[in-house]
Design a protein around this ligand. Structure first.
Ligand code: NAD
Length: 493
């Protein structure tokens, strides 16, 4: 086995390849597509346009490899995961070089992504030993026991905002549980997954990890509808998540976990530590990724007594952020990832102005020769005077737009916070623990911070309620969800 840590920083952007059955290959059709640099719209690299034929080959390879993979002792599967974790750390600079150019996300934030991917691999490598069945003393004289078995081939479909982290952290649970995987990166930021393919080709036995890039629904739909893919882990939009459920159900009964969109409330009481709350309102928007984060606290509810003060502080902090090229270590905001998202953001600004929102800051492109006219640059934007019926108050933007509400009645505020189809995360700010816990319990979301935002904590289940998803990740429950429980009844004479 070649030592992946010896690999030079020599990624061939124009000739990226995918991983099928242990080999780095082009798509079967030979077609490629371009990934654009969001800073200036130029071609950054080209990747194989995988289609059903490539997915079929990947699933067959994963299916062939699965039995031997599942038969390895847990310790050995864990060692493979740790090897990948170490390779990510060793190759962090090369990965970041690709990742910031392909996503537009700032390098400071993306360094955390690489670390998170590696840490999740380590976490699951150890957690695998906790996969256990049970014995059930239901019928005296008999022995009833359960065992947990892998599904077989798992399909992993991920979005464009954290490509490397999702392609690494999210394969850890299925792999340690004895499944093999076929990963489909988002078409808008596929390059780091192709680099990951190179690392995995050197680390894993053939077929255990397969990575297929593709455009639009093509390769993703082929994974969803492949009869041998019994378990699908999807991260993306509500619309695609619901479509996947329908498409999969036409083929077979499948187990699908969905991590979908959010429009997350942050509620600030007048007794909160206001400086910290203002700083958190900015942090929670994830401007280092241009707000392109499912967990962004994009609805800020400020009590009327502290509304003006906190809003002024939030605006000052946002305006002090440096917009710059994502590989500049001092940059705090980069370009939006792609034209679809960019147009969506612009449209939200126009609609919010037309609906009577008050533009407090941003709402336009930044000025300066460093912001190429063909790049997707946009200033972080804040609207106040939000009403619950406004489009910006109800719909996920997945961009750098913060909607600020003024509130006086907490029950009405919670009603508005819970009135949307989403239920991913939420944040409550007060120094009164009683108020904090009551409010946290009433917010109908899957992950709540009290006096915090943004941070995911290891082993704490992250997942959405309502249309924000089903299932949760980064946790023991996530690990078990990649196993099926089987009962064995021993009837004694
Ligand atoms: P998307 O739904 O457009 O695409 C996600 C992935 O699905 C991509 O790989 C895409 O190519 C693929 N895909 C598209 N159509 C498909 C189909 N018909 N069948 C199978 N696969 C298909 O989402 P996006 O624009 O890439 O990402 C943004 C969305 O993701 C936002 O809504 C965001 O909130 C959500 N998100 C959620 C989480 C979470 O953990 N809850 C994390 C990150 C992003």
């Amino acid at each position: 086995m070649t030592d992946p840590t010896q690999k030079a920083l020599d990624f061939d952007y124009m000739n990226a390849r995918i991983l099928i059955d242990g080999k780095l290959v082009d798509s079967k059709s030979g077609k490629r597509y371009e990934s654009l640099n969001p800073c200036d719209g130029t071609v950054l690299g080209t990747v194989p346009e995988g289609t059903k034929a490539d997915v079929d080959a990947a699933v067959e390879a994963a299916d062939r490899a699965q039995g031997a993979w599942a038969a390895l002792p847990m310790r050995e599967r864990g060692a493979y995961l740790r090897r990948l974790a170490n390779a990510l750390r060793e190759h962090a600079d090369a990965i970041l070089d690709i990742e910031v150019r392909d996503t537009g996300n700032t390098i400071g934030e993306m360094r955390l992504d690489v670390a998170n991917g590696a840490n999740q691999l380590d976490y699951y490598a150890g957690l695998g030993f906790e996969i256990k069945g049970s014995t059930i003393p239901a019928t005296p004289g008999n022995i009833h026991l359960t065992v947990r078995e892998p599904y077989g081939v798992v399909g992993k479909i991920v979005p464009f905002n954290h490509p490397l982290m999702f392609a690494t952290a999210k394969i850890a649970a299925p792999l340690i549980a004895g499944n093999t995987v076929v990963v489909k990166p988002a078409e808008q930021s596929p390059l780091s997954a192709c680099y990951l393919a190179e690392l995995c080709a050197d680390i894993f036995p053939a077929g255990v990890v397969n990575i297929v890039t593709g455009l639009g629904a093509g390769a993703g739909d082929a994974i969803v509808r492949h009869p041998k893919v019994k378990r699908i882990g999807f991260i993306g939009s509500v619309e695609t998540g619901m479509l996947i459920q329908r498409r999969a159900a036409e083929v077979a009964v499948k187990h699908i976990s969905l991590e979908l969109g959010g429009k997350n409330p942050m509620i600030v009481f007048p007794d909160a530590e206001l400086d910290l709350a203002a700083a958190a309102a900015v942090k929670g928007m994830n401007f280092g990724w241009q707000g392109q984060s499912c967990g962004s606290t994009s609805r800020l509810f400020l009590h009327e007594d502290i509304h003006d003060r906190v809003l002024a502080d939030v605006i000052a902090r946002i305006e002090a952020r440096k917009i710059g090229t994502p590989w500049d270590p001092t940059a705090q905001v980069g370009p939006i990832n792609n034209k679809v998202q960019y147009d969506k953001v612009r449209n939200f600004v126009e609609v919010t102005l037309a609906e009577g929102g008050k533009l407090e800051t941003g709402g336009e492109r930044p000025e300066g020769s460093e912001f190429h006219p063909d790049g997707y640059w946009w200033k972080p934007t804040v609207f106040s005077g939000m009403r619950a019926d406004m489009t910006l108050a109800r719909k996920e933007v997945f961009g750098p737009l913060l909607a600020v509400f003024k509130w006086s009645d907490i029950d009405e505020t919670i009603r508005i916070a819970n009135s949307l189809e989403y239920g991913l995360s939420g944040s409550v700010w007060t120094q009164d623990i009683d108020k904090a816990l009551k409010t946290a319990q009433k917010i109908d979301s899957g992950y709540i911070w009290v006096n915090g935002v943004g941070t995911h904590f290891p082993a704490v289940p992250f997942g959405g309620k309502k249309n924000s998803g089903t299932g949760n990740e980064e946790s023991y429950g996530d690990l078990l969800s990649y196993t099926e429980e089987k009962a064995i009844n021993i009837i004694l004479k």
